[in-house]
Design a binder for this molecule. Sequence first.
Ligand SMILES: [Zn+2]
Length: 511
Amino acid sequence: MSEELRTVTLYDSRTGEKRAFEPQQPGTVNMYVCGVTVYDLTHIGHARVFVFFDVVQRFLRQLGYDVNYVRNHTDVDDKILKRAEERGVDPLELSEKYIDELDDDMSELGIESPNAEPKVSEHIDDIIEFNQRLLDADYAYEVDGDVYYRVEAFEDYGKLSGRNLDEMQAGRSGRVDDDDDGKKENPFDFALWKRSEDDELGWESPWGRGRPGWHIECSVMSTSYLGDTIDIHGGGSDLIFPHHENEIAQSEAASGETPFANFWMHIGMVNVAETTEDGEEVVRKMSKSLGNFWTTRDVLGGYHPDAIRYFMHTALYRKPITYAIDNLEEATQRVEYLYTALRRIDDVLERAGYGIDGDLPEGPRLADGFDELVEDFQERFEVALADDFNTPKALALVGELARSINEATQSKQEPSEALAYTLYRLREHMTWAGSILGILERDPQTALSELRELRLEAMELDAEEIEEKIAARKEARENENWEKADALRDELDEMGVEIMDSAEGTSWRLK
Ligand SMILES: [Zn+2]
């Protein structure tokens, strides 16, 4: 065993408590996260789950853990079948298309691929075999080509969600699907295998032609990639019941091993702030039926990926987050502020003749007053994330760093060697922290231009038009036509453009 790795504390939603995370195999983390049913574009709720677990994999790897991260695609599902029929296309072609769309959106968000992204359609044999094991052990029964899980056979049913079968039956509502023609022994029994009609997608099985139910795929895929017991199982908090409850019932019954997952991490929902027709400000759960639904693509169309990630990191992952324009704009400003700090370092280092990557100033000697910040930053940052992934705290630390950078880069004079070395170290810390949070990974100047471009679009402005007006004003001033020059300035001001005159010429920024 190599050196001791830092211990991370995690909140386990099954026990409702935080405790030290100890992987079964020291130094190796097996993590399974439920992906998306690919029949449409992803929404920001999905993006939040994917962004969060991206930080989990980045951080654990940074600490030295070997991370095996598996996230599935549900490419066989009744929603897919329905949508494919409506469009008159092949269901697996439809799901393939939406897997591609998902990949595009997630890579634009800077999400690093998991180690494996298995699909249901590629694991049908494993699913059939798993179902057979449950049938053989009397945890399942077959009726007329359908196979159901027998919840009453699993003593611990309800242990994740804290529900009790008897109470649930007493208070039964429309939550269970009763679309079984009375085939089920218990209304909470769920389908492991569904019979397919001749014109429906299906595979041959011992129970006739059919397709898997929803829950079984995750038990099967997590077992085949990561073994009977996984270290971390993640997903959106809307999956706790019935999906994750059913995964536990399937997996523990089939393997005889308890627990199926040592830690359950559930991501809070995304709520949406909106103004009702009566002008009232409300925050509601995002849902298609309420019409307040945001796809990842919609959001990427208006905001920079770094700003979207920053926004998501402003809340603890277990808590709900509110999607509101103000919140996204604030995140955009913060990201702009952080990139500006990085650019200021680059400017100063360049002015002093030090390359950004190459010639390091002579060190190690830090400028006065920076020892603590430089020496302790990484430790403090790791401690924040090791405490159940406290991303708001981590962002605050990055903000502190940027503030110090701004103070250190105020002077127009050439920096001392010690200051140059200090700036170099601060820059290193900032990009290191960014590489874990998945932000600040672009060249600062490029990112600032991208951010400005998005703001121009939102304000329906065009950079060229602004430049033209500035050139016209310059000409008017040269001709001593002050009236025209002032009118142009006012025009720009009204558009939301502030201009600054200096010895080097006129620059502009969006207000
Ligand atoms: Zn799942």
